[in-house]
Each structure stands twice: as structure tokens, then as C-alpha cells.
Design a protein around this ligand. Structure first.
Ligand code: SF4
Ligand code: SF4
Length: 464
């Protein structure tokens, strides 16, 4: 139910109110569920008369007092600072597609095993240096810039990564800026030399692994059909033992591996501290695509199961790390409205091996998404459609209750599935709302145990 700017919803017999503008969410008991909508709607003053047949009047009066306090404490009745969208011209982050090729042939790969539907290629030295020059030239006010390495599998072109890091550090020093590095890899090619290098240069790392051997090896095989689970797991454990556990492991689930709570549990039980398991983004006709209602319902059921497990493990002092619940819980504890999903095309761009520039890796290789070239610079008009995007520009998002929690969804998915940057990709919307509601339920169950448990949750979520 939506009333003015308030949304009322229930999850597993707990009731909540959510304020659209501030994204504040609070739990309600039965009586507050009756009284609060009346107060929000400016209903009759004599609520104790109206509802006296349902609840004792003393309880109604207590509830009115508490609801008014709630409205005040939660700032529900205050207007948030009006958002003014500023076009971002300066680059904070550039992702180099250092390789358009891959050593694996994952069944659900949206990038056509690294080739993105084109010729397999590696980024040459000339494009790499031009892309880094481009990044610094356009970094404007930013004192720090991140250079990311992406593929396919970036480690197939490790030599170029090494050169890029040396070159970027030299350029940063020359103009008195800082540079950081990041990489997404399937971890198969990690060796002691590469691990040393990644650690020494302080890379932020995301490694792909799908959880248990049976699930991973079904999907993530080498070109020749070889299994990769044991290699990947061994490499990640070596990296953790010698250097750090501060990296993300990322798994993917599909329609055919939709029992993804097993993936989340496995990765946690291996001791990884940052775990993300996400739905594959595939063409609707792909055999692994999560496209029809039956598949979506199955995924929702699995999120539901995972919420129960998350709570159970928290209560057993063995809490789970699962990005989509962890992040929602952080937002529930410290609500901050969000007006954009990401900075693709504005503060963030991707450069592919032939030098073309795209808003992000998800928008490669569609020519219509290309926003420039490292030789000729930005195509200002094409870049602008991404720069100007924020939640209130998207027609359907403007009507959506969770818009300032979501920020308006992924531009690339909208283009890929609806051929229109402003039309949201529906399955993503369903998952965003459902995960938020489940996180609200988890928080309410933990809050019911008292302040000590909330403190424990904050420690788990690394909230200081
Ligand atoms: S490792 Fe990544 S790029 Fe390579 S096939 Fe698998 S999903 Fe595609
Ligand atoms: S992307 Fe979907 S969930 Fe997000 S604001 Fe738009 S309609 Fe709502």
C-alpha cells in the first residue's frame, strides 16, 4: 500500500513502513499498522473512538504518541534536500579491456567468451598508453584515478597490465596525482609472480568462482572442456594465505543453477570475506536466461531461503557475507537516498582494444553505445545521454516506490533488454525490491534481540 510518500509492506508476519524520499524504513506492530496510515493521511483526530472496538484506548493513545515520535525521529515528515543532477565531465575511473579473449568458455558468458561477438584481440601498447593519457587528461578536479583491467580474461595479457601500471604511475607522478588499480579475473592464470605484483601494487580484486565444484565445473570450463574449480580455489587460498583476504569472490547463478544459496554458503565456508553471487544477464532466448515468471519465482524463493539462513548463521555467531543483504542492511541502518545507479559514461568509462570508448563494460560492443575513441576524444552528444541519466529522468522509475533506494537501475541492462536507456529491466526491479524487503525482515528479527545484537550486526557489516 502506498499512502502519500509512505509505503506499507509486510514480510513473514512483520510489518514495515518506508518513506520514499528519505528511504527510511521502520517496523510497525499491529496497532501501529492501523494508526500510522491514519496519521500520515491526516485522518480523524478521535482515533481512540474510531478504533476503540479493536484495541484498548490506552494502547491507541500510546501508539499515537509513538507514531508521532517515529515520524519525527525518522524525519519521515521532513523534506530531503532537493537533488540537483550535475553532469559529470571528469573521469575518476577508466576500465581497460586489456584482453578481448578468454581462456575459459563459461556457458553463461554474456561477453561471448571474451570476444564480445567480434575478433579475439589483446590491447596493444599504443592504445594502452593513449587510454591512460586520456584518463589523466580528463581527470580534471579528481586527485586520484582508478585504472581497471577487464576482459575476457585480463591475465592473458599480463605483460600489458604490467606496462600499464608502470606507465600510469609515471604519469600520475608527473602531474602530481594518485593512481589506484583494480582487476576482475577468473583466477585460473594466477601464479606466484602475478600474485606478488597484484599485492605489491595494491590492486582491488574481484575473482570469479561459482561456489561448489559441481556448480562451478558445470559452467566454467576451459576452451578444451577442462574443469577449473580446483585450480581457482587453490589459487585464491594461496593468495589469501600469503597476502590478504581483502578481495571479492563473485559467483553467478542462472535459471539452471538457481539454488544459489548453496553457492553463497560454500564461498562463506571457505572463509571468503566479501561474497557476491548474482544472476546471469543473458539474452532472453539463452537456455540459462532468467527471463520467465517461473524462473523469477524460483529465484525469489531462493532469496527467501537465504534470508532465513543469514539470520540463523548470525544467531549461531557464524554470520554470512552476502553482498546483496549486507549492502541493504547497511542502507537500512544508515539510509541515504541514491539518485543514480552508477557513473557510467560520466565519471567512469571503458576502453576496448581498438581504442573505442564505451560508458561501461556492460555496454560493449554495441556501436550505438560507443561514446568516443582515444584518438578523437568523446562524442559529446552520445556521451551526454549517459551523463544526464538519473532516476527521475527515467519515466517508469519516477513512479516506483523504491526509486531513491535503487537509484534507477543499470543503464546497460535497459538498453540490452528494452533498447531504451530509460525503460527498466523488469527482473532486476523485482530482485531489488525483494532483497530490500528481506533485509528489512532480517534487521527486524535482529533488532528484536536487543541493542547487543544490533552492535554485533554493525561489527559484521564493518559499520563504525
Ligand atoms: S571467465 Fe569471464 S569472460 Fe571468460 S568465458 Fe567466463 S564469464 Fe566469459
Ligand atoms: S530500476 Fe526498477 S526498481 Fe529501480 S527505480 Fe527503476 S523501476 Fe524502480
Amino acid at each position: 500500500m502506498i499512502l502519500n510518500k509512505f509505503v506499507f509492506f509486510s514480510v513473514k508476519k512483520r510489518y514495515f513502513v518506508y518513506h520514499i524520499d528519505t528511504t527510511v524504513c521502520a517496523e510497525l506492530d499491529n496497532i501501529a499498522l492501523t494508526i500510522l496510515p491514519e496519521l500520515v493521511n491526516g485522518g480523524p483526530r478521535e482515533l481512540d473512538d474510531k478504533y476503540g472496538h479493536m484495541y484498548p484506548k490506552s494502547q491507541i493513545r500510546r501508539c499515537i504518541k509513538e507514531c508521532n515520535e517515529l515520524l519525527e525521529i525518522c524525519k519521515f515528515n521532513k523534506q530531503p534536500v532537493k537533488y540537483k543532477h550535475c553532469i559529470q565531465h571528469f573521469l575518476a575511473s577508466v576500465c581497460l579491456h586489456i584482453t578481448h579473449d578468454c581462456n575459459l568458455r563459461c556457458e553463461y558468458c554474456y561477453a561471448d567468451a571474451g570476444s564480445y561477438g567480434g575478433e579475439r584481440s589483446l590491447m596493444g601498447k599504443e592504445v594502452m598508453t593513449k587510454a591512460i593519457d586520456f584518463a589523466f587528461t580528463h581527470s580534471g578536479k579528481f586527485k586520484e584515478i582508478n585504472i581497471g583491467f577487464f576482459g575476457g580474461e585480463p591475465l592473458l595479457n599480463f605483460k600489458r597490465i604490467y606496462e600499464a601500471v608502470q606507465y600510469a604511475k609515471e604519469q600520475a607522478k608527473r602531474i602530481n596525482k594518485r593512481v589506484t588499480f583494480s582487476m576482475t579475473s577468473n583466477a585460473v592464470l594466477l601464479n606466484p609472480k602475478i600474485m606478488d605484483f597484484l599485492n605489491q601494487e595494491g590492486f582491488s580484486l574481484i575473482f570469479s568462482i561459482d561456489g561448489p565444484k559441481k556448480i562451478h565445473d558445470k559452467m566454467r570450463k576451459t576452451k578444451n572442456g577442462g574443469f577449473t574449480h580446483s585450480i581457482v580455489l587453490r589459487n585464491l587460498k594461496k593468495f589469501r594465505k600469503k597476502y590478504s583476504d581483502n578481495f571479492t569472490v563473485r559467483g553467478t547463478f542462472t535459471r539452471t543453477t538457481s539454488n544459489f544459496s548453496q553457492q553463497v554458503l560454500f564461498l562463506n565456508d571457505q572463509g571468503f570475506k566479501h561474497v557476491s553471487v548474482e544472476p546471469a544477464q543473458l539474452d532472453e532466448k539463452h537456455p540459462h536466461a532468467i527471463s520467465h515468471n517461473g524462473a523469477i519465482s524460483r529465484i525469489l524463493y531462493e532469496y527467501d531461503q537465504l534470508a532465513e539462513i543469514y539470520l540463523e548463521r548470525f544467531n549461531q555467531n557464524n554470520p554470512l557475507h552476502f553482498f546483496h543483504f549486507d549492502q541493504n542492511l547497511r542502507n537500512l541502518l544508515h539510509p541515504v537516498p541514491k539518485y543514480t545507479e552508477c557513473g557510467a559514461g560520466g565519471g567512469f568509462v571503458s576502453v576496448i582494444p581498438d581504442g573505442r570508448i564505451f560508458p561501461c563494460f556492460e555496454t560493449v560492443p554495441e556501436e550505438k553505445n560507443c561514446i568516443g575513441h582515444v584518438d578523437s576524444g568523446f562524442d559529446k552528444q552520445k556521451r551526454r545521454q549517459f551523463q544526464r541519466m538519473y532516476v527521475d529522468v527515467k519515466r517508469e522509475c519516477r513512479k516506483c516506490w523504491i526509486r531513491y533506494h535503487c537509484g534507477g537501475g543499470c543503464h546497460a541492462f535497459n538498453i540490452r533488454y528494452n533498447n531504451n536507456i530509460t525503460i527498466p529491466y523488469k527482473p532486476q526491479c523485482v530482485f531489488i525490491k525483494y532483497r530490500f524487503k528481506l533485509a528489512a525482515w532480517i534487521l527486524s528479527e535482529i533488532a528484536a534481540q536487543g541493542d547487543k545484537s544490533i552492535k554485533k550486526l554493525k561489527t559484521h557489516l564493518e559499520i563504525t
